[in-house]
Design a protein around this ligand. Structure first.
Ligand code: NI
Length: 175
């Protein structure tokens, strides 16, 4: 496994639409392992292959909702490694919240996203999976799947801040 370099908008590969994975080869398994290691090293809550300049439709996510009781221990984070993910349903209800991106360091911004999404994908064994995500997890899925189409949250943000000027705004985890 290896930590790969996370690219920024200075590299045009970030803006290209990624190709569907036709077969989950040993190279794709290595890609997934490297993406997990890169996401954890960043650290971030998600990573899409175009962020390491690989134009394939692969995402990884590792996130746990904070416990409702702040005194309670944090629940274990769930790890998702998904191939060819697609949003097949999004709720009409939306949520506006701050989000940040590992490819756009130093900034965060306010983005409106669907509150709930259903995602269809293959897991790393090639099994079809369907995931219903809500709240922050739904936001992360929308952010990562946007990356596969060359879309950044900055394209959708209605307000942006520099982290150093955050003041009272809470700086969100990046992905
Ligand atoms: Ni991102």
């Amino acid at each position: 496994m290896a930590v790969r370099e996370i690219i920024t908008p200075a590299n045009a590969a970030l803006r290209q639409r990624a190709r569907k994975v036709r077969s989950i080869t040993p190279e794709v398994q290595t890609l997934i392992d490297d993406m997990i290691e890169t996401m954890r090293a960043a650290p971030g809550v998600g990573l899409a292959a175009p962020q390491i300049a690989v134009g394939q439709r692969v995402i990884v996510i590792e996130y746990a909702d904070p416990p409702e009781d702040p005194e309670a221990p944090a629940p274990p984070a769930r790890l998702y490694a998904l191939v060819n993910p697609e949003i097949v349903r999004r709720s009409p209800e939306t949520v506006v919240a701050n989000e940040a991106c590992l490819s756009v360091p130093g900034y965060f911004g306010e983005v409106e996203r669907a509150q709930t999404v259903s995602v269809r994908a293959l897991d790393r064994k090639g099994q079809a999976v369907r995931i219903k995500a809500e709240g922050w997890l739904a936001r992360i899925f929308q952010h990562e799947i946007d990356h596969l189409d060359g879309v950044l949250y900055t394209d959708r943000a209605t307000r942006m801040w520099r982290v150093e000027d955050a003041q009272g705004e809470q700086v969100p985890p990046a992905d």
